[in-house]
Design a protein around this ligand. Structure first.
Ligand code: NAD
Length: 298
């Protein structure tokens, strides 16, 4: 794998995590965003993040000092990518913004640069023609809280070069990820192809008053030897995302059940302030949710 210099475009929720994780593993990382104020915020967030690295993965001060040395910041796209081997795009999940970004990037990036997108719901083939190098373009999808949820789904489109794909798999491993290669384009990758129908099925049982959320979780956890059930997972994801994804699916599929689910999430959870784990209350109360207690499955 020849990647050394990496540029991460977009320093929002996922971008700053990807930049830090990549720098933590010894790569030179340029963080690019649309202006210096946003980059200043990213710098602040890196200090908070380094505390999580200490707490969650026992990172040493020396490792963190080296990570900061590997990070630089730039609000000029041409400058930010001038020697990049790899650009990781983590700009907002909006097709117009992404398309515009790739059109600009393709004009200023060196020929050698591989582009990867961290998109959650869009497909590489939607943007490949705007990259100026479809064979060097694919998706590299990280998960939120990358330092502990260290998975990377790697997914090309029809004309992605196999060698480039393999290099990105190697890069994913080099930044501490469990690399998950995907052989063809699949909306939602592997994780959401599995997770969304599973969560919708659980919500269906709740909306139709078949059983209570805790009972549904007990059923899943006991029978699947799992440490968490669908409603615990929904609390982790948060109600805003749960609502948005359900509305999006309802729009795509015109399935009335999904509208019913979205409506119940809104009225019973969001409107009553039960937003999930982050706010201390969702289907469970936090920080010590019932499903983690010894008696939950007895
Ligand atoms: P975000 O809105 O938190 O951050 C986007 C960042 O991009 C912001 O800092 C914004 O200033 C910047 N930006 C806007 N336009 C830009 C441009 N033209 N050039 C460079 N930067 C620009 O978004 P996010 O949640 O970090 O999501 C980014 C990508 O990661 C999306 O494709 C999303 O689907 C994907 N993703 C998100 C999550 C998640 O949990 N948030 C998980 C996996 C993947």
């Amino acid at each position: 794998m020849h990647f050394k210099n990496v540029t991460v475009a977009g320093s929002g929720v996922l971008g700053y995590q990807i930049a830090f994780q990549t720098a933590f593993h010894g790569f030179k990382v340029t963080v690019y965003d649309i202006n210096d104020e946003i980059l200043d915020k990213a710098k602040e967030k890196f200090f908070e993040l380094s505390e999580c690295y200490k707490k969650d993965i026992n990172a040493t001060q020396e490792q963190l000092d080296n990570t900061f040395k590997n990070l630089s910041y730039c609000a000029n796209l041409e400058e930010a990518v001038k020697d990049a081997d790899l650009v990781i795009e983590a700009v907002p999940e909006n097709p117009e913004i992404k398309r515009d970004f790739y059109e600009k990037l393709s004009k200023v990036a060196p020929e050698k640069t591989v582009f990867v997108s961290n998109t959650s719901t869009l497909l590489p083939s939607q943007f490949s023609e705007f990259t100026g190098r479809p064979e060097k373009f694919l998706a590299l999808h990280f998960a939120n809280r990358i330092w502990v949820h260290n998975t990377a789904e790697i997914m090309g489109h029809a004309t992605t070069d196999r060698k480039v794909f393999d290099e990105v798999v190697a890069f994913a491993k080099a930044v501490g990820m469990l690399a998950l290669p995907i052989y063809k384009e699949q909306p939602g990758y592997i994780i959401n192809t599995l997770l969304v129908p599973y969560l919708v099925s659980a919500l269906d049982l709740w909306v139709n008053e078949v059983a209570a959320p805790h009972t549904i979780d007990q059923t899943w956890m006991k029978t699947q030897s799992s440490t968490i059930g669908p409603f615990g997972t929904l609390d982790m994801i948060g109600m805003t995302t749960a609502y948005n994804v359900t509305m999006l699916q309802a729009d795509l599929t015109k399935n009335p059940l999904l509208l019913k689910i979205a409506d119940k999430i809104k009225t019973e959870m969001i409107d009553t302030g039960k937003m999930g784990m982050e706010t201390g209350q969702g289907f469970y109360d936090y920080p010590n949710p019932a499903y983690q207690s010894e008696t939950f499955l007895q």
